[in-house]
Write a protein that binds this ligand. Structure first.
Ligand SMILES: [Mn+2]
Length: 412
């Protein structure tokens, strides 16, 4: 018999979205809600498609210290599925390990949350027959360094085998190296479908024998998580899975690098920006848009954009607080000489721009950085609350470091 399921991962419910203090409060609230809304959309999609079950591959919550509110909303979504006869299979990852705060809640029928001490296997039954066997393991703590893939062993060849794992396949250095494993390790386990989580960029690592999938996260949360975000609908017919991607995100993030070096009038610049913004709106699938713009400038542009009011008016033009909204977080400039490609340095250049435009942001950022120490350490609270080092000074220092960077992103 055939069946369908949905595979999603990295919901990061209740992401706090720090650093968006410039946003008007109602907008900030909508962005804060976006991870929950994408989750609601996921649940609705499962119901609309009448799938047999939902697989969630870790990082359901953004932090080990998850809010009760987030846990209740998560439970309520699964309850909606349960009332429609849809089961859910859930593992926890490095962001929401089992030893974090877990409210003692009644879970609806048909929800299976995997343990952290071994790979459990659970049969999926339909019409009185086992259709699939689902294998999974949660993170017991946040720092799982060992390779968990060898713990997976297919028990039977009679039914379709799904492995759920939160892992960094290939130990890719850009991501936290949690439970790293290789494709070879995954091949050996004998699964038909690997439902992976952890890497937030969608990626089908292998198309068959077995299918290995990172669905990416369900909602972008920063300018590093751009483009459409969602889940996979998987149809299994005669033991063969086929994949269909479904976007779920409510706010889409765009990190725009626009070559404006050919602009010599305000009209040209505005037309160019209009064009890119319209493009974003069209590619947001009816959802809201948040952008960050980096303009590659020329001499004329650089002199015009030095006028604070011009920059402010440009930003205003690309900030529409409607439904859906368009919000441009910042417009920065880089000279063609300083051609930064490195994502970290781009991020830094963006912060320098924003910090120069908004002095309260610097204080907020510093407090955020200190918070864990101040709150959690006796000496931290004693020493750190006294630090008021001129914010301007360290913004200047960032700027100095940036300008000392060559094209390859190396310090000179
Ligand atoms: Mn994650």
């Amino acid at each position: 018999m055939d069946f369908t399921f949905v595979h999603a991962a990295d919901l990061h419910l209740d992401t706090p979205f720090v650093g968006l203090s410039q946003l008007p409060p109602p907008l900030r609230e909508r962005i804060h809600e976006s991870t929950f809304q994408a989750y609601d959309e996921l649940i609705q999609f499962c119901i609309d498609e009448r799938v047999d079950f939902l697989v969630l591959s870790g990082d359901i919550f953004n932090s080990a210290d998850r809010s009760l509110r987030a846990q209740l909303r998560f439970r309520d979504g699964l309850a909606r599925l349960s009332s429609q006869g849809i089961s859910s299979y859930v593992i926890h990852g490095n962001h929401d390990p089992l030893d974090g705060y877990r409210a003692r809640l009644d879970w609806p029928e048909g929800v299976h949350i995997f343990e952290g001490d071994r790979v459990e296997s659970v049969p999926f039954m339909k019409a009185g027959r086992e259709q699939a066997r689902i294998y999974g393991i949660s993170y017991a703590t946040s720092h799982v360094q060992e390779n968990l893939a060898p713990l997976f062993r297919r028990e039977t060849h009679d039914v379709f085998a799904i492995g759920i794992l939160h892992t960094n396949v290939g130990s890719v250095s850009a991501h936290g190296n949690y439970a790293p494993c290789s494709i070879e390790d995954l091949n050996k386990a004998g699964m038909d479908y690997w439902a992976l989580g952890h890497i937030h960029a969608r990626n089908v690592l292998k198309q068959a024998n077995p299918v290995i999938v990172y669905p990416g996260n369900t909602q972008g949360r920063s300018f590093k998580e751009t483009g459409e975000k969602g889940c996979y609908l998987v149809r299994v017919e005669n033991g063969l899975p086929s994949l269909h991607f479904k976007p779920l995100d409510k706010v889409r993030w765009f990190d725009l690098r626009i070559d404006a070096s050919g602009c010599h009038t305000e009209q040209q610049l505005i037309s160019l920006l209009d064009e890119h913004m319209n493009d974003c709106m069209q590619h947001a699938g009816g959802g809201s848009v948040i952008t960050r713009v980096t303009l590659v400038e020329n001499e004329w542009l650089s002199s015009v954009l030095k006028k604070q009011s011009v920059m402010e008016d440009l930003l205003l033009r690309y900030r529409e607080v409607s439904e859906p909204f368009l919000w441009t977080q910042s417009i920065g400039v880089v000279s063609p000489q300083l051609h930064i490609e490195d994502p970290f340095l781009l991020e830094m250049a963006d912060w320098v721009n924003r910090l120069k435009q908004d002095s309260s942001l610097a204080r907020e950022l510093l407090q955020d950085a200190q918070a864990p120490l101040v709150l959690e350490h006796r000496l931290g609270s004693k020493w750190l609350t006294g630090i008021n080092a001129s914010e301007k000074e360290w913004v200047r220092e960032f700027e100095r470091m940036l300008s000392a960077t060559d094209k390859g992103g190396n310090w000179k």
